[in-house]
Design a protein around this ligand. Structure first.
Ligand code: 6PG
Length: 484
């Protein structure tokens, strides 16, 4: 009798193909199925030829060919297709079998699906898989969550195919119950949006203000990649700067400046509003993509609106260093905000997240991988209860050192009329967070003036609310106090 598969996979698009090739190269036999079944034969007789794959032409055949307890992983489009496959799989599986969703599902869906699948006697995992096609093949970062009992069943497979950091630790560990894995992957993607926008703002200043050539920018990103900013996204930006098309010209300048998005950044920003924490940098990164996509309207506006800007002439090398500092400082703020979001969402959803462990999972394999994440791991190892990354001594010292350049870049950008929404929103958060007295007393006074919404006083205990009859015309009745 031929050996049964260790795991089954549904969805042979590029990520699915690469992930099963990765599993097979680590000694696992994989049963594969795709809705358009001709893809199954094409794969088994193509990239999978001579390897330990079992091609299945139906879900029944797929399930029959997997060793018990069965593990069936879906890498299909997020949304309805995931629910449809779950419905089809449930009657084919037995108690204790595991359904795994490896797509970019929205975490509330994963919470719902975990409950539903568990109610049928099965186990469920929703796992983030990051690293693009190359990562899937050579070692992605994986962020699994769902039914805790499912983790020991998939741990060996997941950790063997995941990327490894220098000491061999896999960039994959159990994140937490129900939607925790997909939530952490969503925050990863939000941070990815932020990092990409920060780098784009640096490029905008270099190209349009400093008028640097693509070769010069290539060398700057190359240099930056050897220091504090050492990361995959800086590395690919360097390579993009160096890329020339068939005419020997930079391809970058021929690409339309209208960004696309699949929604994970938007979900992250929405989630921050729901739990009530500032995630301003990622929010700006999402809005920047939206504004960029309004290309025709911007072209019309560019004809009409002429900004009154000053012509400045900064010393080039010094200003490049200031842009570096603005990027680095803003990046610290972005991760600080992302981690606060995770902490608050964890409270709300009863997840026990390991923040250092998450940094380690992101340290290799994924799109936001960077040396910087090692420092975040150190910060949480040092203080697992760390309130805000900004308060950690390493990051605090780095912010202090970068502050001057950061402020200079934001002020120069404002004077010359180049938008730097993530640099400047990060600075506004930094200044707001470190300000003991914000003008919110005036907001409270206004709310109480027009709507009797009440206020607390600096000279009384917190929790005691007051109302003033500001005009002498209103009554003494205050509206009830509640917070959203
Ligand atoms: C990853 C990426 C990936 C994401 C793409 C596209 O971790 O490998 O985050 O999951 O889907 O980067 O995202 P947008 O189309 O929204 O830019």
């Amino acid at each position: 009798m031929t050996k049964k598969a260790d795991i089954g996979l549904i969805g042979l698009a590029v990520m699915g193909e690469n992930l099963v090739l990765n599993m097979e190269s680590h000694g696992y036999t994989v049963a594969v199925y795709n809705r358009s079944v001709e893809k199954v034969d094409k794969f088994v007789n193509g990239r999978g030829k001579g390897k330990n794959f079992i091609g299945a032409h139906s879900l029944e055949e797929l399930v029959q060919n997997i060793e018990r307890p069965r593990k069936v992983m879906m890498l299909v489009k997020a949304g309805q297709p995931v629910d449809d496959f779950i419905e089809k799989l449930i009657p084919l599986l037995d108690e204790g079998d595991v359904i795994i969703d490896g797509g970019n599902s929205h975490f509330p869906d994963t919470i719902r699906r975990t409950k539903y699948v568990e109610s049928k006697g099965l186990l469920y995992i929703g796992t983030g898989v990051s690293g693009g096609e190359e990562g899937a093949l050579k070692g992605p970062s994986m962020m699994p969550g769902g039914s805790p009992k499912a983790w020991p069943l998939v741990k060996d497979i997941f950790q063997s195919i995941a990327a490894k950091v220098d000491d061999g630790t896999p960039c994959c560990d159990w994140v937490g119950e129900d939607g925790a894995g997909h939530f952490v992957k969503m925050v990863h993607n939000g941070i990815e949006y932020g990092d990409m926008q920060l780098i784009s703002e640096a490029y905008h200043l270099m190209r349009d203000y400093l008028k640097l050539s693509h070769d010069e920018m290539h060398d700057i990103f190359d240099l930056w990649n050897q220091g504090d900013l050492d990361s995959y996204l800086i590395e690919i930006t360097r390579d993009i700067m160096g890329y020339r098309d068939e005419n020997g010209e930079p391809l970058l300048e021929k690409i339309l400046d209208a960004a696309g998005q699949k929604g994970t950044g938007k979900w992250t920003a929405i989630s921050s509003l729901e739990v009530g924490v500032p995630l301003t940098l990622i929010g700006e990164a999402v809005y920047s993509r939206i504004l960029s996509s309004q290309k025709e309207e911007r072209l019309r506006a560019a004809q009409i609106i002429k900004a009154k800007v000053s012509q400045l002439d900064e010393e080039k090398e010094e200003f490049v260093n200031a842009i570096h500092d603005a990027l680095f400082a803003s990046k610290i703020v972005s991760y600080a905000q992302g981690y606060v979001l995770m902490r608050e969402a964890a409270k709300e959803n009863n997840w026990n997240l390991n923040y250092g462990g998450i940094a380690l999972m992101w340290r290799g394999g994924c799109i936001i991988r960077s040396a910087f994440l090692g420092k975040i791991k150190d910060a949480f190892d040092h203080n697992p209860e760390l309130e805000n990354l900004i308060l950690d001594s390493y990051f605090h010292d780095k912010l202090q050192a970068a502050q001057e350049g950061w402020r200079k870049v934001v002020s120069v950008a404002a004077r010359i009329g180049i938008p730097v929404p993530t640099f400047s929103s990060a600075l506004a958060y930094f200044d707001g967070y470190r300000t003991a007295n914000l003008p919110a007393n005036l907001l409270q006074a206004q709310r109480d003036y027009f709507g009797a919404h009440t206020y607390e006083r600096v000279d009384k205990d917190r929790g005691e609310f007051f109302h003033t009859n500001w005009t002498g015309r209103g009554g003494d009745t205050a509206s009830s106090t509640y917070q959203v």
